[in-house]
Design a binder for this molecule. Structure first.
Ligand code: ZN
Length: 161
């Protein structure tokens, strides 16, 4: 049967679920498949480049990312190597309207499982590297606000199209 995708509520900084460590996924059950579909829909609706399961209140190690090159779904992701450095503004759907400067590696290699529980490796630089680091942090209960250098600042809401 068809199960329609649904938007989930994005948890906001201060919600204790954002400070918890997520459990690994051992099987992609129908419930997990629905969660992934909902995460993608919720991420696109919010115009974010990434979303981690705890941001929708689910303590499982799943992230979705799309920096404009199509969706990337990472289950149990981990960074296997990181080098270089990039300094730039970072924001989070769980802290709307705010941003802050965070230093991240400029190049990462990460491994994760796909929706078929098959392992893949992804090599990323710049924005994608930043997004992977940011989302994996969420799975360990960390927000970028813990790593901000200087002040957190207000960002203009993007104009509605
Ligand atoms: Zn975030």
């Amino acid at each position: 049967q068809e199960v329609g995708m649904a938007l989930r509520t994005i948890r906001i900084l201060g919600d204790p679920v954002l400070n918890k460590v997520c459990r690994e996924v051992t099987e992609v059950t129908p419930k997990i498949k629905i969660l992934i579909d909902d995460m993608l829909e919720t991420m696109y609706e919010a115009e974010g480049v990434g979303l981690a399961a705890p941001q929708v209140g689910v303590l499982r190690r799943i992230v979705t990312i799309d920096i404009g090159d199509g969706p990337i779904i990472m289950i149990n992701p981990r960074i296997v190597s990181a080098d270089g450095e990039q300094v730039g503004g970072e924001a989070c759907l769980s802290y709307p309207g705010k941003a802050g400067q965070v230093t991240r590696p400029n190049h990462v290699v990460a491994r994760a499982l796909d929706e078929n529980m098959e392992e893949f490796e992804i090599e990323a630089t710049e924005l994608l590297a930043r997004a992977i680091c940011h989302e994996i942090d969420h799975l360990d209960g960390h927000m970028y606000t813990e790593f901000v250098e200087g002040d957190i600042y207000d960002v203009e809401a993007e104009e509605e199209e």
